[in-house]
Design a protein around this ligand. Structure first.
Ligand code: ATP
Ligand code: MG
Length: 387
């Protein structure tokens, strides 16, 4: 018997006519995630009545499949299942067989009947199958807090039986919302921010500013390693590495000290905008929060995003630092972010950075800077890395 898995998706079901598009994106991503785990496998994915059914040509290791599926945004839950004949006795026998290793646990049978022609209603199926299980193993029924749930899904041509549902990561399939440009620094915040925008269906390309050779190569290595980890959720990445030392030097030479960090950020945004124009990124993503550091007051955020006419998305805006760190641990970026590195923005750090800047004064502070040629030169020197 071939092995199969039932995958239920979350919000895609709400998308009306777009549903087919989302289902396709989800199926494509499932395939990528599974093929990464098992390169030579034959996998067929079928879309049956608001669920995706994965069929393999041989028995699979559930744990490895579950690991793969737990990285696929858009999945609400999934489970290894068996397909049985559309016959109450056959269904019941399959459930009894599945419950063999669940003795002593409270349980509930949860039938879902998409095929209304089946001669028994869902409650009748639940009662019949539940009674058979009790008769065989003596488990206690608990309808509200069952330790084991025995699911039966009756479709037009097939019946699926499975125990419990593994929780998926939720969200929307990566790529289904388009692509965005995420500013990735090597710290804790920006990888977590990228994770959250991926969860909403955006595929991220990354943009990193470094001041090599004034600092060591580490920040670039960190960013590559972070992108490799984030590839778990989006399969492949592109990183734009921008040598930023000369631009920083120009800012340090020509502009008042207290505005430096904000002016670095404005240059980063201008470069991000140009890349977005060239490559059709729909938005720019940062790991900024509100009030976390001087450059992240609401006044300064306004001044920073004044130079870009794309949405600047800040998924972490409502997060405390400890919540961000906790998430970084969960998604495995913590161990890389925690390594020491020289942040580009700490070069020429002002002693007293401005906390509440106004647009006019920042524009004035920039007046001796040849913004356009700095942007052009930085764009020309970008190195693109594909992972
Ligand atoms: P992070 O932990 O992501 O570095 P942070 O708390 O250190 O964030 P900042 O250093 O002020 O905060 O950076 C705010 C955001 O600006 C970062 O989350 C990132 O999106 C972007 N950013 C900062 N420095 C760089 C850089 N060198 N390259 C790319 N993006 C950067
Ligand atoms: Mg930082």
């Amino acid at each position: 018997m071939s092995q199969l898995y039932i995958c239920h998706y979350s919000e895609i079901g709400l998308k009306g006519k777009n549903r087919i598009y989302f289902e396709k994106a989800l199926a494509g991503n499932i395939k990528k995630a599974v093929k990464r785990e098992f390169s030579d496998i034959v996998l067929k994915i079928e879309n049956l009545n608001k669920r995706l059914v994965l069929r393999f040509d041989k028995d699979m290791d559930n744990e490895r499949i579950y690991n793969a599926l737990s990285t696929v945004f858009g999945l609400a839950n999934f489970s290894a299942a068996i397909s049985v004949e559309k016959d109450l006795q056959a269904i019941s026998a399959a459930c009894v067989q599945l419950m063999k290793d669940q003795q002593g646990k409270t349980f509930a049978v949860k039938a879902k009947r998409s095929d209304k022609n089946f001669p028994y209603t869902s409650p009748e199926i639940n009662q019949y199958v539940g009674a058979e299980i009790v008769k065989r193993y003596g488990n206690k029924v608990d309808l509200s807090h069952a330790q084991t749930k025995c699911h039966i899904e009756l479709l037009a041509d097939e019946v699926f039986v499975f125990l419990n549902k593994e929780q998926g990561p939720g969200g929307l399939p990566v790529g289904s919302s388009g692509k965005v440009l995420a500013l990735l620094s090597g710290g804790f915040d920006s990888p977590v921010a990228a994770y959250y925008i991926m969860k909403r269906g955006a595929h991220c390309s990354f943009l990193h500013f470094h001041v090599y050779p004034h600092t060591r190569k580490e920040s670039q290595e960190k960013v590559k390693n972070l992108a490799r980890i984030l590839n778990k959720f989006q399969y492949k990445s592109r990183i734009y590495m921008v040598p930023f030392a000369d631009t920083q030097l120009a800012i340090a030479q020509h502009c008042p000290e207290k505005f430096r960090i904000i002016l670095y950020r404005r240059m980063m945004m201008r470069i991000a905008k140009r890349l977005a124009d060239q490559h059709n990124y729909k938005a720019v993503v940062t790991g900024e929060s509100v009030g976390q550091v001087a450059s992240q007051t609401l006044d300064n955020l306004r001044v920073i995003e004044e130079v870009i006419d794309y949405p600047v998305i800040r998924p972490l805006v409502g997060f405390d630092k400890n919540e961000i760190i906790e998430k970084a641990r969960q998604i495995d970026t913590y161990d890389i972010s925690v390594l020491p590195h020289d942040d580009a923005c700490t070069r020429f750090t002002p002693k007293h950075p401005v906390i509440y800047s106004r647009p006019e004064e920042v524009r004035f502070a920039e007046k001796d800077l040849d913004v356009d040629s700095l942007v052009e030169r930085d764009l020309k020197n970008i190195e693109v890395i594909y992972l």
